[in-house]
Design a protein around this ligand. Structure first.
Ligand code: SF4
Length: 348
């Protein structure tokens, strides 16, 4: 409570010079003191629309980078804890992406279009923009991939295998039209390159990968009318055995708009599930399993307070600003191209 009051006091002092966005998976204590909560892309867009000079980003590193890429030139992005990374985004770097695309291009007669999930670092988004590819989010992945497939291009999708394969099946692709690209660049040779429509990098989110079909069976056996809703970063079997799958925002909206008395089994990050269970006490909201993103949890109230203090000291005493997230200008430009391509496809 003391820390929360200190944060609120500093927020009052800093006024509209700062904005605090929080990702859905942040601890409720962080969400409580933030201006808005949401998925990574929406947070980055919403921050850029404000007049705040300092964006104090409560989420993981790739999200803060996205906020910097889309920010106005006078805005600075600060992270309360720079070590909050993303193990899934860590599973591919620019060199690996370039090598994979070269390797695939040698085998296929089709042109390759890279599509990179929002949950990736700026260098991968930049690589994608340079190659005329697009970023996608978990809610628009099928639209973006379909756009390239309709041009008879083969899509190289990275980094999350589950989102890739779940989207491929949603689009009606057959198993022989999909090839997994192992992280050691091993590509199964037994496929017909002329048929392949998607090459999917073998990355994963450990937070979503832990859910199993057995978790769903157990909840269904306990609650007759339960609806199962999961994130598409979950395994294919889990998605196939759920009633609904979608982004964290979609999960939130579905539950919010369901009638009182509804029972939900939710396959996504535990802090989020717990928060919505508290927000909608007229519904029964249960996690498929308690799975926490420990990187999101690195953004603590103490770290947030230190960040706000550092901004205050910078403004008042000219002290060095700490924990600034600043994407290299060339990467910024190319990553913005890939992000703008996503908007262009979705709006077309
Ligand atoms: S939940 Fe998964 S994808 Fe999201 S930040 Fe954590 S590890 Fe990365």
């Amino acid at each position: 409570m003391i820390i929360k009051n200190q944060i609120l006091e500093l927020k009052r002092e800093l006024g509209n010079k700062i904005i605090i966005p929080a990702h859905h998976y942040e601890d409720p204590q962080i969400v409580e003191v933030s201006e808005f909560v949401g998925d990574s892309y929406k947070l980055a867009v919403d921050c850029a629309k404000t007049d705040a000079e300092f964006i104090v980003f409560c989420g993981v590193y790739f999200m803060a980078e996205a906020a910097d890429i889309l920010s106005q030139s006078n805005q600075k992005v600060i992270m309360p804890n720079l070590s909050a990374g993303c193990p899934m985004a860590d599973q591919i770097n620019r060199k690996q992406a370039e090598k994979a695309v070269k390797l695939i291009q040698k085998r296929t007669p089709k042109q390759i279009a890279p599509v990179v999930y929002m949950n990736s670092y700026a260098d991968i988004k930049s690589f994608c923009g340079k190659q005329d590819g697009s970023v996608c989010t978990s809610s628009n992945a099928s639209e973006i991939i379909d756009y390239y497939l309709k041009q008879d291009k083969a899509v190289f999708f990275t980094p999350d295998f589950n989102l890739g394969i779940n989207t491929a099946h949603k689009l009606g692709l057959a198993d022989n039209e999909i090839v997994k690209v192992e992280q050691d660049m091993e590509i199964n040779d037994s496929y017909d390159p002329a048929k392949v429509k998607m090459y999917i990098w073998d990355g994963f989110c450990h937070v979503h990968k832990v859910f199993t079909v057995q978790n769903i069976i157990e909840l269904r056996s306990q609650y007759e009318n339960i609806k199962i809703i999961v994130h598409p970063e979950c395994d294919r079997g889990v998605v196939n055995n759920s009633d609904i799958s979608g982004s964290t925002q979609k999960i939130y909206n579905e539950i919010k708009n369901s009638p009182a008395g509804s029972v939900w089994g939710v396959g996504t990050e535990y802090n989020f599930v717990k928060r919505i269970a508290d927000e909608f006490p007229d519904k029964t909201i249960l996690p498929l399993k308690k799975s926490i993103c420990h990187n999101m949890a690195k953004i603590t109230s103490e770290k947030l307070l230190t960040s706000l203090g550092s901004i205050n000291a910078h403004i008042k005493e000219g002290l060095e600003l700490k924990n600034v997230v600043s994407v290299d200008e060339e990467d910024k430009e190319n990553a913005a191209r890939a992000l703008n391509k996503m908007i262009e496809i979705v709006e077309s």
